[in-house]
Structure formats: structure tokens, C-alpha cells
Design a protein around this ligand. Structure first.
Ligand code: HEC
Length: 182
């Protein structure tokens, strides 16, 4: 009993915090045989209702933000499930770019041009498989590209004017499909 009172006094003089006073009070009460549990309900519910509301709102907001942040990778993963369409087109675009670069710099080596065109011909035959379930007009467009490339390979353009001539129908075949499906 004396110990408790001493403690209370030392606490009340040395510490101004609410928690400390509460502890001191509780010690005194306990010393007097009172139950302190009901007098000091848990801190959370002693907060004003507005602050509790704000907490809930903040938690909901946090949940929304996490949800939105989580959706982006999921969407990306879904679109990467079949990387073929993009892969085929990117490679096609690469070879086309090389050939256009040759034309621009007026350096059209016959062997190099033929090599690029042969690559494109092979890749073009992958288009239907890379876009499974595509409608018939799409498949027709892919076939047009294939025949244009076949003709280009057979022509084996020896210089820049010849390359420009064979590339024209090829470029048109790309465009026709892109206008509708890209
Ligand atoms: C039969 C239809 C078709 C033909 C023919 C076609 N493409 Fe495409 N291309 C598409 C479609 C569809 C997309 C969009 C693919 C996607 O984003 O998933 C596309 C996208 C592209 C892209 C962008 C790829 C990316 O990074 O998103 C390039 C580059 C490209 N095509 C180049 C070409 C070239 C060069 C040719 C001709 C030599 C060609 N395509 C012929 C249908 C076609």
C-alpha cells in the first residue's frame, strides 16, 4: 500500500503524460481495492466518431489504391500470354525497316535485299498461326502479303530501283491489313 502511494506520488510529480497519470490512478484504485477496468475503456473507442470515420475512409482509399496498382501487372500478364502477334509483327517491321534504310541510303546490295525478303516471306507464313481465330478477310490479307513477298524474292532485286518496285506491293499489303485490324 505504501509502495503504491509512493509510486503514485513520484509518477505524478515526474511525468505529465496522460498514460502515466492513468497508470498512477489505477495503482491508487487498485490499492483501494477498486476495479479499474471499466473506468478506462480501450483507447480506440474513446476517439471521437469523426476520427474513426476518417480512419475507415482512409483504409478504403488505401484498399482502392492497392487494387488499382495490382491490376496493371495482371493486365500486362494477360496480354503477354500470347506474345506471338507482336513478336511476328515486330520482326516483320525490323526487316522492312532495314530494306527502307537501304533504299534511303541508296545502298541496295542484291544479296542483302534477297536475304531480308526471304526472312519476311518465312515470317509472313507465320501470320495466320500467330493470330488464331482471325476472320477470313484477315487471312486473305496475310495471303496477299505472302504472294507479294514471293514475287519479290523471285524478282531478286539487284539494285535500288528494282528493290523499290518489289517493295511497293509488299508495303501495300502491310497497310491494307493494318488499316482494318491494327
Ligand atoms: C494480315 C494482317 C497483317 C499484315 C499483312 C501485316 N500486319 Fe503488321 N500488324 C497486324 C496487327 C493485327 C497488328 C497489331 C498486333 C498487336 O498489337 O498485337 C500489327 C502490328 C504491326 C507492328 C507493330 C508491332 C508492335 O510492336 O505492336 C508492326 C511494326 C507491323 N505490324 C509491321 C508489319 C509489316 C512491316 C508488314 C508487312 C511487311 C505487316 N505488319 C503486315 C496485322 C498485319
Amino acid at each position: 500500500m505504501t509502495v503504491h502511494l509512493l509510486r503514485e506520488i513520484s509518477c505524478k510529480t515526474s511525468c505529465r503524460s496522460r498514460r502515466c497519470h492513468r497508470k498512477a490512478d489505477s495503482l491508487t484504485n487498485r490499492a483501494h481495492g477498486k476495479d479499474t477496468r471499466l473506468r478506462y475503456p480501450r483507447r480506440q473507442s474513446s476517439l471521437p466518431p469523426r476520427i474513426v470515420d476518417m480512419r475507415a475512409a482512409l483504409l478504403i482509399l488505401l484498399g482502392l489504391v492497392i487494387g488499382i496498382l495490382g491490376t496493371v501487372p495482371v493486365m500486362n500478364t494477360l496480354s503477354e500470354r500470347n506474345p506471338m502477334p507482336k513478336a511476328v509483327m515486330t520482326t516483320m517491321g525490323y526487316h522492312m525497316h532495314q530494306l527502307k534504310g537501304a533504299l534511303k541510303s541508296q545502298r541496295c546490295e542484291a544479296a542483302v535485299s534477297l536475304d531480308q525478303l526471304q526472312h519476311m516471306q518465312v515470317i509472313a507464313s507465320d501470320i495466320p498461326a500467330a493470330f488464331p481465330g482471325a476472320p477470313q478477310p484477315f487471312v486473305d490479307d496475310a495471303n496477299h502479303l505472302r504472294s507479294a513477298l514471293k514475287a519479290a524474292v523471285l524478282a531478286a532485286p539487284a539494285d535500288c530501283p528494282a528493290l523499290a518496285t518489289v517493295l511497293e506491293p509488299v508495303g501495300k499489303a502491310c497497310q491494307t491489313c493494318h488499316q482494318q485490324y491494327r
